[in-house]
Design a protein around this ligand. Structure first.
Ligand code: GRF
Length: 201
């Protein structure tokens, strides 16, 4: 079983998709779920599944300089995962920025799910509903989701899987987000983890 740590910030629907995939045979052991937001429903989902669920966030590290605070956060997060022998870190709707030290520490072992077909609608400022608002604003006919390795940039790591979703004329950001989750994110995120386990990526 691959020991997995999951980073969350919101509703946790991608976490739920991973848990469902595990029930259907995905060989993962989710050993901890860490949120950047203490109110994230994803924490409830983890607790209901009997998984350790806690909040680790930058604002709790009050230090003199922002750099000190960010470094302390990075080190705490890294220690948390290393203490639990986490082998793969999954960003499942995670909205905080990971520090360079953390990314280097877990280089090649961090996957992110992004709700667009990268390189479209990604990078700083493109997260959550904003991604779908931008897609509708641009008038694209096809969007989708991407799973990629996390590197030191924002949504710039090697692309692993993508899945397309057609935009409907009457889509709102909310209806589009829901369909991209249902028809793309929740399918390709577990698939990407399976490819990682099989050493195919
Ligand atoms: C959603 O916008 C999803 O597209 C993106 O992160 C947000 C929350 O996802 N991946 P989740 O329901 O918390 O997994």
């Amino acid at each position: 079983m691959l020991r997995v740590g999951v980073l969350v910030s919101g509703g946790g629907s991608n976490l739920a998709a991973l848990l469902l995939a595990k029930e259907h045979g995905l060989l993962i052991d989710i050993v901890t779920v860490v949120s950047s937001n203490p109110k994230a429903y994803a924490l409830e989902r983890a607790k209901n599944a009997g998984i350790e669920a806690l909040t680790i966030r930058k604002k709790d590290f009050k230090h003199t300089e922002e750099a000190d605070r960010d470094k302390a956060f990075d080190q705490a997060l890294s220690k948390h995962f290393k203490d639990r022998n986490v082998e793969l870190v999954l960003l499942a709707g995670y909205l905080s920025i990971l520090g360079k030290d953390f990314v280097r520490e877990f280089k090649g072992r961090i996957l992110n799910i992004h709700p667009s077909l990268i390189p479209a609608f990604c990078g700083p400022g493109y997260y959550g509903l904003k991604v779908h608002e931008a897609a509708l604003e641009r008038g694209v006919k096809v969007t989708g989701a991407t799973v990629h390795f996390v590197d030191e940039g924002t949504d710039t790591g090697k692309i692993i899987l993508q899945k397309a979703v057609y935009v409907k004329d009457d889509d709102t950001p909310e209806t589009l987000q829901k369909r991209v989750m249902e028809e793309a994110e929740w399918i390709i995120f577990p698939q990407a983890v399976s490819l990682y386990i099989d050493k195919k990526i």
